[in-house]
Design a binder for this molecule. Structure first.
Ligand SMILES: Cc1cc2nc3c(=O)[nH]c(=O)nc-3n(C[C@H](O)[C@H](O)[C@H](O)COP(=O)(O)OP(=O)(O)OC[C@H]3O[C@@H](n4cnc5c(N)ncnc54)[C@H](O)[C@@H]3O)c2cc1C
Length: 510
């Protein structure tokens, strides 16, 4: 039977592994950490269960990526709907995001036609994604699949061309909204976290679905976001696959132009490692890490990509233990604060705050809540300051912490007094815990569909999954990428002697 090795247990890697295991492949996931989930994991500290990155998950609506995967695997997700999704605080107003857009339309009645159009475009985008969207196509089978999807949605999809080619800013301009400072800032805030860029640069077609999160519904995961990864791990095991922790892959071995396996170190003190043979390897890593793992065997195109590609965003995070009774009663669980009406975002000027839900007592000691606050940040300055002066690196972390806490205090008086625990994390921290190059997170800004990255690596039996490939970041985004990669592998590596796929099961999360 064919051996498939998956490097990394992020949501992209685990979803690919689970879908392939369910199809009858022998799948082994090798994970460097002692727990699964990568940027969508939960870690425990002093009785708190903190979410390392992602805090809210979308894509569970009928035909949404997580719903489709659950159907195929016969699993159910440990989720609870979070409504309102979050509150966006601009300097001059706060807007509550709900599935019916009620507050949005009340505060921006001039945006009514824009939102009606956004919903139509997003509906079509989701429907096409549910058919599998192998973008950009990399082989004749994927081209045929794309053509079929095009025909299925013809002629409605013809109307998508102008969104596919334009930016959200151009779309706003058509509605006379490009110079509406508050409205544009409101759109920028949402695009920054869902498309990693703002209206001036975000692709309009991508933007339509990126702006659709609240309408489609966002979910809390019981016990923390890591519950998604745990559910996938259980499914992999139930279908006969393996997930091995403390296995850091140090090399992908190539012979005669094909990957033959990987070398993995068992824990930090292992110096020789173990060789895991493979017929196919799926790497849940960034292109830079892939290039490093391949070493001299890295295809020229991949190496060029790693030299040419601009660094993506990193994150600065605060994980906070907070006394629950000092927070305002009935405060929604998620908030986005934008401190200035114009100018660049990130670096503390835009914050995303997530509080563990009151109903989830597993997340914090009694009477407390686990809170995560994150801001986008450029990665390189953190490494530069660390290389030149470690004390200055710690001072920088402290300065970011202070700035963020001051901003939150402006929204929630007494917030600082409610703090029992403060754990800051920079891109250096993310690099340590997720192995991501320079601690870059959230994939690449979704600016043009024509520069989107495919899973291809230049080696016939090696694929990339995760938020570096289209459609990029979020647990839903990487799930779509994983579904595409699993389908591609099934086409290329038919299982000898396989009678039929294993019947689906019902995995009850522990
Ligand atoms: C601060 C922050 C907030 C976010 N908020 C949200 C949100 O609210 N909602 C949302 O949907 N998304 C959010 N995201 C994005 C989302 O978390 C990611 O896009 C997604 O989880 C990435 O999944 P991935 O498949 O790329 O894997 P990753 O998360 O990158 O995981 C990769 C895994 O592979 C392992 N690994 C890497 N290299 C090796 C190796 N050599 N050997 C063995 N193991 C290896 C790592 O340890 C890690 O476990 C957020 C991200 C961040 C950082």
């Amino acid at each position: 039977m064919s051996n498939i090795i998956v490097i990394g247990s992020g949501i992209g890697g685990l979803t690919t592994a689970a879908l392939l295991a369910q199809q009858g492949y022998r799948v082994t996931v090798l994970e460097a950490q002692t727990y699964p989930g990568g940027c969508a994991s939960t870690f425990t500290h002093q009785g708190y269960r903190f979410e390392s990155g992602a805090t809210l998950a979308g894509g569970f609506q009928a035909d949404g990526p997580h719903a489709l995967v659950a159907q195929r695997l016969g699993i159910s997700w440990p989720i609870h709907r979070c409504d309102p999704a979050w509150v966006v605080h601009l300097p001059d107003r706060s807007i509550t995001l709900t599935s019916d857009y009620q507050d949005i339309l009340a505060q921006f009645p001039e945006g009514q036609a824009f939102w009606a159009e956004q919903q139509r475009v997003a509906d079509l985008g989701w429907a096409m994604a549910a058919d599998g969207l192998p973008w950009p196509p990399t082989n004749p089978a994927e081209l045929v699949q794309l053509a079929r999807i095009g025909l299925n949605h013809f002629p409605a999809d013809m109307r998508l061309a102008r969104y596919a080619l334009g930016t959200v800013r151009g779309w706003l301009a058509r509605h006379g909204l490009a110079h509406n400072t508050a409205f544009k800032r409101f759109i920028d805030a949402q695009l920054l976290i869902s498309a990693q860029t703002t209206a001036d640069h975000a692709n309009a077609l991508y933007g339509a679905t990126a702006l659709d999160l609240a309408r489609q519904g966002v979910q809390h995961v019981e016990g923390g976001i890591g519950g998604l990864a745990e559910t996938l791990v259980q499914a992999i095991k139930a279908y006969g696959g393996e997930v091995l922790y403390r296995r850091r892959v140090s090399q992908i071995k190539v012979e005669a132009g094909r990957v033959v396996g990987v070398q993995a170190m068992h824990g930090r003190h292992d110096t020789t490692g173990t060789f895991y043979p493979a017929d196919f390897v799926v790497a849940n890593v960034t292109p830079w890490s892939l290039d490093t793992l391949l070493g001299e065997d890295s295809p020229r195109r991949l190496r060029r990509e790693t030299h040419k590609r601009q660094a993506g965003w990193g994150a600065f995070a605060l994980h906070l233990g907070v006394k629950a009774d000092q927070l305002p009663q009935g405060i929604p669980d998620h908030h986005q604060i934008i401190t200035e009406m114009e100018g660049p975002l990130g670096e503390g000027r835009s914050l995303f705050i997530s509080m563990s839900p009151l109903w989830d007592s597993s997340r914090a000691p009694s009477g407390h809540r686990a809170v995560t606050i994150t801001t986008h940040t450029a990665v390189q300055p953190w490494w530069d300051v660390l290389a030149s002066d470690e004390a200055a690196y710690h001072a920088r972390k402290q300065a970011y912490t202070e700035r963020i806490l001051q901003t939150v205090e402006g929204m929630i008086a007494g917030f600082r007094d409610s703090l029992e625990l403060v754990l800051p994390g920079s891109p250096v921290t993310y690099q340590f815990y997720t192995e991501r190059h320079l601690g870059m997170v959230g994939g690449f800004p979704q600016q043009s569909l024509f520069t989107a990255r495919s899973p291809h690596t230049g080696l016939p039996n090696l694929r990339l999954v995760g938020d570096s490939i289209f459609p990029g970041q979020s647990t839903a985004g990487v799930t779509l990428g994983a579904m595409r990669v699993a389908q591609d592998i099934q086409r290329r590596l038919p299982i000898e002697g396989r009678q039929h796929e294993r019947s689906s099961l019902h995995v009850v999360p522990s």
